[in-house]
Design a protein around this ligand. Structure first.
Ligand code: UT7
Length: 360
């Protein structure tokens, strides 16, 4: 449990997700804004986007995902809940205490991490630091977003892209060398790029006012510039991580990048020299779920049998801030915890992209 330097390693023990069943199709969106199914499919890879119900705020999505992850975490006492989100239930308080309360976790530390689409990686770094310092014996880390609440419905630059959902991991103390151990998380930011993706109104710089533009309380995005930076920075940080960990690009079994746009994911793989088939693309039915996108992609791949114990998984994200990062994870063996959502999805869609990867 304690390594040579006397420091606990943090290990991913279990994973689960919750995707609300509601979907908005491209054709439905085209009734509201000047767009069409063909453009959205070919430019982003999105066919439908997930939509949570009006009475299902981010904390509820998070709690459902958290409950799914806790099913596989026998023996771990959760004393910390971290929620990575940019769509909190309220500006204040944080969402994590609400989630802890919903889950019946009393007396725990609970706080949010806001690093936009890089939030889950930032959360991994925080969680592993808390465990390494002996401050926590078990962290429930959740990426959760209700982006339908943060997108201006008439904005053709964001409305086609974003969706709602959550996924969670339980992180426990363990050995540095074991599968699931969280090593160095490479995190970078550049605040000079703050306007690439931002919500203008509601903060201390631009409080809500009677004369604000109706778009101001919602997300604005310079899509083309973000695209360029996202490809360059995700490839760069992945190269840094591979170099620092002494892992060759050919040793990567799966590249799980923040699910912003299917084209971005293939371009990052191409730039890195990773076989494009190893770049997980998992956004067609739900869209871009920001801080939730990496754990959702991992959880769905896990529950569909696409991730096997010992697989080397390269994680990377880029988003508002700008903030970006990467890490490597050797996928751990986990108790089978097919969530109700995962089971329902599999029975609904029928097609399982990982069917050829038979579990050992
Ligand atoms: O998760 C946070 C990080 N976010 C990202 O990384 C997002 C990165 N950016 C993107 O995914 C893409 O830039 C978008 C999907 C947002 C936009 O795709 P694009 O290929 O960069 O489009 P564009 O803005 O360069 O526009 C190309 C064309 C333009 O028409 P013209 O000038 O070529 O005639 C746009 O007017 O596509 C048009 N267009 C649309 N057409 C139909 C732009 N938005 C739409 C739309 N429907 N929704």
């Amino acid at each position: 449990m304690v390594d040579a330097a006397g420091i606990n390693a943090a290990v991913v023990q279990s994973i689960g997700h919750h995707i609300p069943p509601g979907r908005q199709t491209n054709d439905e969106l085209a009734l509201v804004i000047d767009t069409n199914d063909e453009w959205i499919r070919t430019r982003t890879g999105v066919r439908t986007r997930s939509r949570a119900a009006a009475d299902e705020p981010t904390s509820v999505l998070a709690a459902r995902a958290g409950a799914a992850a806790l099913l596989g975490a026998a023996g771990t006492e959760i004393d910390t809940v971290v929620v990575a989100t940019t769509t909190p239930d309220m500006k204040c308080p944080a969402t994590a205490p609400l989630v802890a309360d919903d889950l019946g976790l009393t007396g725990v530390t609970a706080f949010d991490v806001n690093s936009a689409c890089t939030g889950f990686l930032a959360g991994m770094s925080v969680a592993s630091g808390l465990i390494a310092a002996g401050s926590s014996r078990g962290v429930l880390l959740i990426g959760a977003e209700k982006y339908s609440s943060s997108v201006y419905e008439l904005d053709r630059g964001t409305a086609p892209i974003f969706g709602d959902g959550a996924a969670a991991v339980v992180i426990r103390p363990g050995e540095a060398g074991e599968d699931g151990a969280i090593g160095r998380v490479h995190l970078v930011s550049d605040g000079a790029l703050r306007y690439l993706a931002h919500v203008k109104a509601g903060g201390s710089h631009h409080p809500f006012s009677a004369d604000m533009d109706p778009h101001d309380p919602y997300l604005r995005m310079d899509g083309r510039a973000l695209y360029r930076h996202a490809v360059a920075k995700m490839a760069e940080t992945c190269q840094d991580t591979l170099r620092a960990r002494g892992v060759g690009v050919d040793e990567v079994d799966m590249l799980v990048a923040h699910q912003a746009n299917a084209r971005i994911l293939k371009e990052v793989a191409g730039k890195l020299g990773v076989d494009p088939d190893k770049a997980l693309v998992d956004l067609a039915d739900i869209g871009n779920t920001a801080a939730a996108s990496i754990p959702i992609a991992l959880s769905r791949a896990h529950h569909r049998g696409g991730l096997r114990p010992g697989d080397t998984v390269l994680l990377t994200a880029f988003g508002a801030g700008a903030a970006w990062g990467s890490t490597l994870l050797r996928w751990p063996a986990m108790a089978s915890t097919a969530t109700s959502t995962a089971a329902r999805e599999l029975s609904q869609t029928g097609a399982n992209p990982f069917e050829h990867r038979s579990t050992p």
